[in-house]
Design a protein around this ligand. Sequence first.
Ligand SMILES: [Zn+2]
Length: 412
Amino acid sequence: MTLTEATCIYCSKAKPFTDEHVFPAGMGGDDHSYILRKLVCGDCNTNVFSPLEAQLMRNSPYALARLHQQPTSRVRGNKPGPPEFAHDRCEMVDKDGHVSEAQLVVGGKPMTLSQIQILDGQVKLVGNDDARITAFLAELPTLLGNTARVIVKIPTAEGAEFDVTEYAWDGHDYQEKGKTLSPKPPLGIWLDSLAGSKGQAIGWPRIYKRHHGQIVLRVMEPADAASFLSGTKRTLPTLAASPFPVARYVENPVIRVGMKADPQKIFRAMAKIGVNFACHEYGDQTVRSSAFDSIRGVIMNGGEGVPLADMTHVQAMFSVDKRLVHVVVLFPQPIEGGHSLAVLIRLYGGGIQMFLIAESVSLPSETTPVVFTVHYLENKIERLSFSSYVHYLTVQMRLAGTDAGDPKAPNA
Ligand SMILES: [Zn+2]
């Protein structure tokens, strides 16, 4: 075995390897035949690829599609979980204009989170699950003890630090005691703004429990925290003793979702999928060549993204494929002295992204484009020639032309 064969195809270091899914398992990748073994190191997998994939799966426009179209995040293992969607904010608005903190869960269904809202002395307890409301109310006395801590996460170059404000209970109110900067968040309440993009308050000031645990306070200004927490602490015994709200289901709600996606990271995650498929198709020696250095650099370290091609015509053609599949195409194009290699990716039936992953790579002269369809509900990848995929599309187009109904896929 030569040294190159014992090194990672991405970072070139000789480190312990871990199995790498050619296509991310959480988005329906194949757990059996599309695995790169002894080719990608654990460091790249954990420290570079996992955060990139998380961005693509939970914090991108594709995350919303994933939530609607993929009921479980993966089939392998004993705990297939629902897909997660990381939004900055999600609010449900009822017909009276009342706003509640919500979260989108599987199927894109909105769920009201357990929360207490207070405005001008009026208190509302909101939620749609008795067990969750009970757990939320049981958690608050600990957080609102003689001391309460309000935390703000501050991103830094190395990760994050935490701005912690401490409040002391004087028997009637919380009084600010002091601020500290901490490398780790203490047990406390997370502070977020109630203000929307135009600076207006979105709903009543509120304290709520996120689906995955954190307790969050939303007020207009940090200075409003003390009075809101005082009000909550005073009403807590009454709330815990009174029956839960009855009307918890909102009819025809309006849902507002806000998110901050990082296009650079989403591109890097897609480029990695392209290089993985190239490695699986043409072998690791091809991908190790210097032709891939540039795209490897982008995937590993970011930097300038590769310009995406305008694919309007291809888009129209591919859109006749209505199956629940992702499509990845490797496009070798003969050039002088070799091939250029482009990748086309279509996720959840959305728009097509196409980019170059190698400008001049040595491939057998007869190499033709190849299509991979990722059947994400079955965690199964199919490989077919580009001409047979185009044939499939043409048949679908003809069916769509003669029949008003949706064309049925052969294996749907
Ligand atoms: Zn590596």
